[in-house]
Design a binder for this molecule. Structure first.
Ligand code: PBG
Length: 327
């Protein structure tokens, strides 16, 4: 006999938290999280970002305490973004051994050696025009940008970075970075590539935080067109062929279908970036008392896992780590 109502009742397994936990299909774990950190040149700076309440810009000398807190919460990794003192046409502060990120890496690694330091590899925070590559005759010059990105990656690794994460969306950058690292004996350093990175309006607060808004035009000639999903699979396939060890989809929430497609087609570890605009929306609604922050954040992060991500980069990481210890 086919089981149906009244014999079959799906509510049976929802009766208690213990029972629900037993049949739970997906979980967010603190070990899945990467916490993005903004570092600014200078001393004694700990400055909150207006559109990202609870997120600060730190000068390198303030980082050891922050790194210790992150490690104590059992978050395995931070992702560093730099805001330099000096910007120019070629983003030269990005590959300066005395640059802000290089200083930050050394500060974190000497305070908490076991905390993984991932660094964002891009030029937009360092160029006077705010684009992610070199500009020649008003266009972003892909091939001239590649050696600069390789220099950035190398200088981060020389300062002690554990993983490099190119976010510029130039073609061929994973290959260029892999070759440059291997050439210098850094075969052991993994590349986390922002493989499917969309030209998204959800990066707004980040650009305020990192002072990286483009001074002319936009990023649509290099970041992906939001309506496309097949193209994301081509981007991921190419980055894997070029040597990416971990691939990323960014943003996360409006792109959960892309995360799922990538998960279904590839076996590489998959990261998803819960970006600044997604964070800002939740924080704003919670400040107004319109949403329950803890529940919304844990539901959101679990949804990103359910879509297929293994790793979630999120500004909520420290709060989530605290809540996960007490749920
Ligand atoms: C740098 C970069 C950006 C983000 C990560 N790396 C901004 C952009 O591409 O404009 C966005 C992160 C966020 O919004 O949280 N290219």
């Amino acid at each position: 006999m086919m089981a149906g109502f009244p014999q079959l009742r799906l509510r049976r397994l929802r009766q208690s938290e213990t029972l629900r936990a037993l049949v739970r299909e997906n979980r967010i774990d603190v070990g899945d999280l990467i916490y993005p950190v903004f570092v600014v040149d200078g001393k004694g700076i700990r400055q909150e970002i207006d559109s990202m309440p609870g997120i600060f810009r730190y000068s390198p000398d303030q980082l050891s305490a922050e790194a210790e807190e992150v490690a104590k919460l059992k978050i395995p990794a931070v992702l560093l973004f730099g805001i330099p003192e000096h910007k120019d046409e070629t983003g030269s502060s990005a590959y300066d051994p005395q640059g802000v990120v290089q200083k930050a890496i050394r500060a974190i690694k000497s305070a908490v050696p076991e905390l993984l330091v991932v660094t964002d590899i891009c030029l937009c925070e360092y160029t006077s025009h705010g684009h992610c590559g070199i500009v020649s005759n008003g266009v972003i010059d892909n091939d001239r940008t590649l050696p600069l990105l390789s220099s950035v990656a190398l200088s981060h690794v020389e300062a002690g970075a554990d993983i490099v994460a190119p976010s510029d969306m130039m073609d061929g950058r994973v290959k260029a970075i892999r070759e440059a690292l291997d050439d210098k004996g850094c075969q052991h350093i993994p590349i986390l590539s922002y493989a499917a990175k969309y030209a998204s309006a959800f990066y707004g607060p980040f650009r305020e935080a990192a002072e990286s808004a483009p001074q002319f035009g936009d990023r649509r000639s290099y970041q992906m067109d939001p309506p496309n999903v097949r193209e994301a699979l081509r981007e991921v396939e190419l980055d894997i062929a070029e040597g990416a060890d971990i691939v990323m989809v960014k943003p996360a929430l409006a792109y959960l279908d892309v995360i799922r497609e990538v998960r279904n087609k590839f076996n590489h570890p998959l990261a998803a970036y819960n970006v600044s605009g997604e964070y800002a929306m939740v924080k704003a609604a919670c400040q107004k008392g319109w949403l329950d922050e803890r529940q919304v954040v844990l539901e959101t992060l679990t949804a990103i896992k359910r879509a297929g991500a293994d790793i979630v980069l999120t500004y909520h990481a420290k709060d989530a780590a605290r809540w996960l210890q007490t749920v």
